[in-house]
Write a protein that binds this ligand. Structure first.
Ligand SMILES: [Zn+2]
Length: 184
């Protein structure tokens, strides 16, 4: 099943999400639903708080970009209880969007490399390094687990200019081709 995407203005997006235990009830179903919700909204990443669940899980799928960027070919996975161990490399500015901030795109500065430890859906532990767009998607989704959104990472003046649009988003006054909701 798909969930509506929880939008900016919902307090859950500002919480530090909690880790889950092995044997978390219906984990596989939750992950399947997260992927389905992400695809329906045409996103490349989705964090559990964005569907109203304050747990440390996010999913990514960048494989649709594999034609332009072959490095994205295998980039479909779930990150459970992830921990960023190291941010590395130069920082790079790239235009970002977020399903919880419909129709907003801004330049965000992020590190080019990330080293991350996480569990997969079977609670196998991995430690991997990603760079480029993959590192960016991971940092964006990881932020959601700490209650951070990309607008927190743009210059304050720029954010001020977006106030009206943010206000509209927090009232769901934005036309998007997927279901959204404000979770009070
Ligand atoms: Zn996002």
């Amino acid at each position: 099943m798909t969930y509506p995407i929880v939008v900016y203005g919902s307090p859950i997006l500002r919480l530090v999400a909690r880790e889950i235990e092995p044997g978390h009830p219906n984990l596989k179903q939750l992950l399947a639903d997260m992927f389905e919700t992400m695809y329906k909204a045409d996103g490349m990443g989705l964090a559990a708080p964005q569907i109203g669940k304050s747990v440390r899980i996010f999913v990514v799928d960048g494989t649709s970009l594999a034609d332009e960027d072959p490095a994205m070919k295998e980039f479909k996975k779930a990150f459970i209880n992830p921990k960023i161990l190291k941010l590395d490399g130069d920082t790079q500015v790239m235009n970002e969007g977020c399903l919880s901030l419909p129709k907003l795109r801004e330049d965000v500065d992020r590190h080019n490399k990330v080293r991350i430890r996480f569990y997969d859906e079977n609670f196998n532990l991995f430690e991997e390094e990603y760079e480029g767009l993959k590192a960016r998607v991971i940092q964006h989704e990881y932020d959601h687990l700490d209650g951070v959104m990309f607008i927190d990472r743009i210059p304050p003046l720029r954010r001020k200019l977006l106030k009206g649009r943010l206000n509209d988003i927090s009232k769901c006054k934005v036309d998007v081709p997927y279901k959204i909701k404000l979770l009070k």
